[in-house]
Design a binder for this molecule. Structure first.
Ligand code: RBF
Length: 161
């Protein structure tokens, strides 16, 4: 069912404490690069707003969304980070790849987060059309990359309670 509401997410601006001194990883998929680059831009914008130093942000690129959990795992092994966000865009095509990839990535991110103890944030758009993805990557439904960054900050803060 489609919704006429503009934006159903919680996100309305500043919702977490500043994260100065925290380190974050970002893993970005190259598939649908125009979209994932906008998600990345949104994430970097929010990290900056929350005082995260640019030297404390480590960005890795992977070919497609399917590779996101593995990329995040490698990043966690190689870098000391307080959280990782995975950014990707999976668009429903004519084959069942969509379902397999989306399921695998969601489960991979969850498993990695639980096993490593480092928050792994699922910032992956899963849409029927390219336009729906555009609307969630800086369009009328906001930028889910920004939300992923704020979620990582909130989860990192939870670890230091
Ligand atoms: N990766 C994405 O990030 N988004 C997609 O929409 C996407 N669609 C794909 C469709 C097909 C038919 C295939 C074979 C791959 C697709 N991938 C997509 C790439 C996938 O995430 C992964 O990089 C490759 O399957 C190699 O493991």
């Amino acid at each position: 069912m489609t919704s006429k509401k503009k934006n159903l997410s919680f996100f309305e601006g500043k919702t977490a404490s500043d994260a100065k001194g925290k380190r974050f990883g970002i893993v970005v998929a190259d598939w649908n690069k125009e979209i994932t680059d906008s998600l990345l831009e949104g994430a970097l914008y929010r990290f900056k707003e929350y005082q995260v130093d640019k030297n404390d942000i480590i960005t890795y690129r992977v070919p497609g969304s399917f590779e996101l959990p593995q990329g995040a795992g490698i990043l966690i092994e190689q870098e000391e980070v307080d959280g990782v966000i995975c950014l990707g865009c999976i668009i429903q095509g004519e084959t069942r790849h969509f379902e397999f990839i989306a399921q695998a990535v969601a489960q991979g991110c969850m498993k990695l987060g639980l096993e490593s103890g480092i928050p792994v944030i699922f910032g992956v758009l899963t849409t029927d059309t390219y336009d729906q993805a555009l609307q969630r990557a800086g369009g009328k439904h906001g930028n889910k990359g920004e939300e992923a960054a704020v979620t990582a900050i909130q989860m990192a803060a939870l670890r230091s309670v």
